[in-house]
Design a protein around this ligand. Structure first.
Ligand SMILES: Cc1ncc(C[n+]2csc(CCOP(=O)(O)OP(=O)(O)O)c2C)c(N)n1
Length: 292
């Protein structure tokens, strides 16, 4: 019972809305992503009682509150390892991580390559607004170099990182990019991630009208280009070529890459069966073997 083989239910997008009021600033792109998540969950037919949404800290990390699901609002940057553990403990659940570029790539950056290389069976939606929104506008790893923010009053001294290239490099098996101003496209990409068996990473550009004056709805709209239909999503080289250009004035929108590879939970199960099954996989018995 892994993602992709769960029992589908017939639900409407509105059925995934929780009773918690959404508290983002007017015009925030995160509304578009939330809307896309509701639609994706309904499209994929995920049972809310089988769904766990995990986040760190940030405006985007508040998203699980607005969803009808189980949830864990963890520490800043630590959603990934918590989600990995939850997925291994309960491989029958659908696991989502929802959070921002600061949470995922600054403080949480050390965890990202490991989720990708392990092929953790979960869907990670990264709300990429190129700024720390919750803490009112500090430079993030995806900020444009010329960005003037509270922590970079004269512009930033660093090159931005490239999330798509990073995820492809470390072995993510589903890599896609969307833009909050195109919720239908995002909904399809997130649905594809939910139905994918393995680590699905969806980078979504999101405007922050309160603290990022450089990346506006208009600038994103000009920047994103739908991925050509003839692109072969199983070709890593072509996906990397598309990803390489991302964030340099133009950005691919759509599914860059999707392949099948055994997931972490599948491989762990195989190891457990290899040592005689769960009944014999008793950690205390294993420790006892090493006692003097
Ligand atoms: C250990 C720790 N360090 C720093 C913070 C302060 N902090 C809270 S959210 C955040 C960044 C949020 O930015 P991002 O993840 O991009 O999300 P956004 O608010 O833009 O959606 C920071 C630095 C914290 N809560 N905990």
């Amino acid at each position: 019972m892994f993602c992709g083989t769960y029992n589908k239910v017939d639900m409407k997008p509105a059925d995934y809305k929780s009773e918690v009021p959404v508290v983002w600033c007017p015009g925030c792109g995160h509304y578009g992503i939330l809307n896309a998540i509701y639609r994706a969950l309904a499209g994929a037919g995920v049972d809310p009682s089988q769904l766990i949404c995990i986040s760190g800290i940030g405006c985007s990390s508040r998203t699980p509150y607005f969803l009808h699901s189980y949830k864990m609002h963890t520490l800043h940057g630590r959603a990934g390892p918590v989600a990995t553990g939850a997925q291994l403990a309960r491989s029958d659940l659908t696991v989502m991580v929802l959070g921002g570029d600061g949470d995922g790539f600054s403080i949480g950056g050390g965890h990202m390559p490991h989720m990708a290389r392990k092929n953790c069976n979960l869907t990670y939606v990264l709300f990429d607004n190129g700024i720390y929104g919750l803490t009112k506008g500090q430079y993030s790893p995806t900020s444009r170099p010329e960005m003037k923010a509270y922590t970079t009053p004269y512009g930033g001294p660093e090159l931005p990182m490239n999330p798509l290239l990073y995820m492809l490099t470390y072995g993510a098996t589903y890599v896609a990019q969307g833009f909050a101003g195109k919720p239908s496209v995002c909904a399809d990409l997130i649905k594809g991630g939910l139905e994918h068996q393995g680590f699905a990473y969806i980078n979504i550009y999101s405007q922050c009208p309160s603290f990022n004056s450089m990346d506006t709805v208009e600038s994103y709209r000009e920047m994103v280009e739908p991925i050509p239909k003839e692109h072969d999503v199983t070709d890593l080289g072509s996906a990397m070529a598309l990803a390489y250009d991302s964030g340099r004035g133009r950005a691919p929108m759509g599914l860059l890459y999707q392949v099948s590879r055994p997931t972490l939970d599948e491989r762990m199960e195989a190891i457990i069966q290899g040592v005689g099954g769960r009944a014999d996989y008793d950690i205390n018995r294993i420790i006892d073997q090493y006692r003097p």
